[in-house]
Design a protein around this ligand. Structure first.
Ligand SMILES: [Zn+2]
Length: 60
């Protein structure tokens, strides 16, 4: 895996952890990385992007 910049501490980490996957919705997009441990833990766990765990809210 190629080194990535940690989104939390702006440090290059050689073992990046994917903490978020952008959908290009809010401008940024792309994948957000953090270094393992504290930084990764400080991000909320991202659920399956294709999750459909809110059957009651599928209507628009
Ligand atoms: Zn970090």
């Amino acid at each position: 895996m190629t080194p990535q910049i940690c989104a939390r501490c702006q440090t290059t980490t050689k073992q990046p952890v994917v903490v978020a996957i952008g959908h290009g919705a809010s401008g940024g997009g792309g994948t957000v990385y953090a270094c393992p441990g504290q930084c990764a833990d400080s991000f909320p766990k991202q659920r399956d992007p294709f999750e459909q765990t809110h059957p009651a809210r599928r209507q628009r």
